[in-house]
Design a protein. Structure first.
Length: 232
């Protein structure tokens, strides 16, 4: 009889989900949705970062091989589709806006022009980095909270097992198996959501830090070029 009862219990993922109580089901649905959203962010960020790194590398190569900033600006402003180009175009636009006033009163405006250009590049870089960082907070939140949410489902599943023992007055494995299965299933789904989120968050955070340094270096080098132009 015990063997037939055990055989009647469906221990597949779908079967365990359907046999779980409302609380455990809610936990599982929440974790599965969080996992799907994390994977959507992971794929989106992977292709985004690969794209902008390739475009930034081409932009830097074209920038340093160009002979005149004006001509390169005219070509670049038509395809501002990555952070480095955004910084460059924003700085050049500020340069051209202030060019006439600087020529009329060069004594007092050269330093302020350079400061404005530096501020424009800084603001542009911060905005671009903020855009690139969107979604990483959800990865961090999922990576830190999903195991505990799964643990909550585990606790509820174990409580259900003890309740089954008390009701049936049967301490055999058959009586507690469904609750234990629910508990372990919730734990597994919590880890399934958390582990990729943590790995992806660490990877993308490191890539963002390196790319931010790259943008900062480019801004510094471009500021040096502009300062030479002002001094000349």
């Amino acid at each position: 009889l015990a063997g037939s009862t055990a055989a009647s219990i469906d221990f597949s993922m779908w079967g365990m989900f359907m046999q779980a109580d409302l609380v455990v089901k809610s936990v599982l649905v929440l974790l599965i949705l969080a996992s799907f959203w994390c994977w959507a962010i992971i794929f989106e960020k992977y292709f985004l970062f690969s794209n902008i790194k390739a475009k930034a590398a081409r932009f830097e190569s074209d920038f340093w091989s160009s002979e005149a900033l004006d001509k390169f600006y005219e070509k670049s402003k038509k395809r501002v589709n990555h952070p480095m180009a955004v910084i460059f175009v924003a700085a050049m636009e500020e340069w051209f806006r202030s060019k006439n006033s600087t020529n009329q009163n060069p004594q007092g405006l050269k330093i302020s022009l350079r400061e404005r250009i530096v501020q424009v590049m800084l603001v542009s870089r911060n905005r671009e980095m903020e855009h690139l960082e969107s979604g990483l907070g959800f990865l961090a939140t999922t990576g830190s909270s999903a195991p505990f949410i799964g643990l909550f489902g585990t606790v509820v599943g174990i409580m259900n097992s003890f309740q089954a023992i008390a009701i049936s007055k049967n301490t055999s494995l058959v009586a507690v198996a469904p609750g234990i299965a629910e508990a372990l299933f919730a734990t597994a789904i919590g880890l399934f959501a958390a582990i990729p989120a943590v790995i992806a968050y660490n990877k993308f955070s490191n890539e963002l830090a390196r790319f931010s340094n790259k943008l900062e270096d480019f801004s510094t080098e471009f500021d040096t070029i502009l300062s030479r132009q002002l001094e000349a």
